[in-house]
Every structure is written in structure tokens, then in C-alpha cells.
Design a protein around this ligand. Structure first.
Ligand code: G3P
Ligand code: MG
Length: 244
């Protein structure tokens, strides 16, 4: 079956993670400069329940902070440097809130995939907080955001609250995945490129779902996946094709 229209062919992963510190405003500006039409970002809740744009549960890899992000208030997170680990050129680049990120991305004219990464027991609070922010700041005239998660609980919670399409994230395809995605009314499966096989793509499209795959950083691999019928790819390098 052919790939479906209306899905972004290329989504800047964590902004433009190859060129700028992931999940920062600098990364989203960079993605826009490189011509990205869509970006993906990850969110977590800080102490106090405000959604911030951040990938890991712990602060160490991408900031000068220590310990679990969820144990820090927003003012503490805002004092951290989330740029120097990547390059001294990005010194003092802050962790953005979801609100700051969405406002910036909308101003830059890009679409967005918001990936929800809840801690244990946080699904309900996270869905409510994320949707409240997105409904407040995301323009009605912009392409609808894609809301995604590896957490079934998050997607089940969002099913009746989310006015936008949802992506069911998993590493590998399995037959049960189609039922699980259907049960939360997901519009796409978002899978790792590493384990994908042609029969999976056919089954996914047969079930009426789009297929987005992560994380593809080689132009030849991107072209191979598109030729196989994959609808869109996540890449750290929105310049991927101009280099291919
Ligand atoms: O949403 C695609 C991809 O971002 C999922 O994995 O760990 O990079 O958030 P991760
Ligand atoms: Mg992600």
C-alpha cells in the first residue's frame, strides 16, 4: 500500500540534534534555518508540574545539573546550562518550557510532534498539563501537532482529551501493536528504523495507520525507507537530503 498523504516526510529530531543542543530553542531555530518543516521534542514534568522540554530522566548528560529532573523546580532548572555539553558556543542555553518551545516553533512556521515522557504514575498529570499548554499556545491555523508517547497509559488518558492526532511509539513492530494503537485511536505508529521489515509496513498501512520511523541520519537509509513506503522519518539532521 502507498504511503499516506499529509504526514511530514522529515521531522527534525529534538530540533536539529546534530547541529545544536537537543531540545533547546537554539535547536529549534537551527532546524528552521536548515529548512525543517516539522520538529520533534520530548517533554517531562518538573517539580510543580510544569512541562519542560527535556529527554532524559536525569540532568547529567545534557546539563550541568545533578539528579532527577522531576525533583527540581522550574526556577532551579532555568538556572542550568543545557548548551555547553554540546559546544561552548551554546553556553547558558536554557531548558525551555513546553510553552516557550511551542510559541517559538509556531512563530518559525514549523509543525511539531510533542513526545510525552512520564515518570511512573505521572500519566494523568502529564497529559492534562501538556494539553493545557498546547491548547493555549498552538495556533489553530498551524498544522495540528502530533502527540506521541511510549506510554500506553498516556495515550489512553489522552484519547478523549486530545483534539489532535496521536502517535503510538514503540521500538519494534508486533501484531498486538495494531490493536493497542487502535484502542487509543492512534493515527500513526512511530517505530525504530532498526527492526522494520516490509511486511510490517504493509500491515500498518492496512490497519489505516501512518508509519513514522526514528532515528535516521543517513540519506541513503532515508531514501530506502521512503521507497519502502514509510511515511516520515525522524532525523537529527534536517539537512540530510541536501547532503545526499
Ligand atoms: O519520537 C521519536 C523518538 O524521539 C523516540 O525516541 O528516545 O529519541 O525520544 P527518543
Ligand atoms: Mg523523542
Amino acid at each position: 500500500m502507498n504511503s499516506q498523504p499529509g504526514w511530514p516526510r522529515l521531522i527534525g529530531h529534538r530540533g536539529a540534534a546534530k547541529w545544536a543542543p537537543e531540545n533547546t530553542l537554539a535547536s529549534f531555530f537551527c532546524a528552521a534555518d536548515l529548512g525543517a518543516e516539522w520538529v520533534e521534542l520530548d517533554i517531562r514534568l518538573c517539580k510543580g508540574g510544569i512541562p519542560v522540554v527535556f529527554h532524559d530522566a536525569e540532568l547529567e548528560r545534557t546539563t550541568n545539573g545533578l539528579g532527577r529532573l522531576a525533583l527540581h523546580r522550574l526556577d532551579e532548572l532555568k538556572s542550568l546550562d543545557a548548551g555547553t555539553w554540546f559546544s561552548p558556543r551554546f553556553r547558558d542555553e536554557p531548558i525551555p518550557t513546553l510553552e516557550e518551545a511551542l510559541s517559538t516553533i509556531a512563530r518559525l512556521g514549523m509543525g511539531v510532534n510533542i513526545e510525552l515522557k512520564p515518570d511512573q504514575g505521572e500519566a494523568v498529570e502529564m497529559v492534562q498539563a501538556a494539553l493545557a499548554v498546547a491548547k493555549k499556545v498552538w495556533p489553530e491555523t498551524a498544522p495540528p501537532p502530533l502527540i506521541s508517547s511510549f506510554s500506553h497509559e498516556v495515550l489512553a488518558q489522552a484519547k478523549d482529551l486530545c483534539p489532535w492526532p496521536m502517535g503510538y511509539l514503540a521500538e519494534r513492530f508486533d501484531q498486538g501493536l495494531l490493536d493497542r494503537a487502535g484502542s487509543v485511536r492512534a493515527a500513526s505508529l512511530n517505530l525504530s528504523a532498526n527492526y522494520l521489515r516490509p511486511p510490517h509496513i504493509a500491515a500498518i498501512h492496512q490497519a489505516g495507520l501512518a508509519l513514522l520511523v526514528y532515528t535516521v541520519n543517513e540519506p541513503t537509509e532515508a531514501r530506502r525507507l521512503w521507497a519502502m513506503g514509510v511515511d516520515g522519518i525522524f532525523t537529527d539532521d534536517p539537512k540530510l537530503l541536501s547532503e545526499g
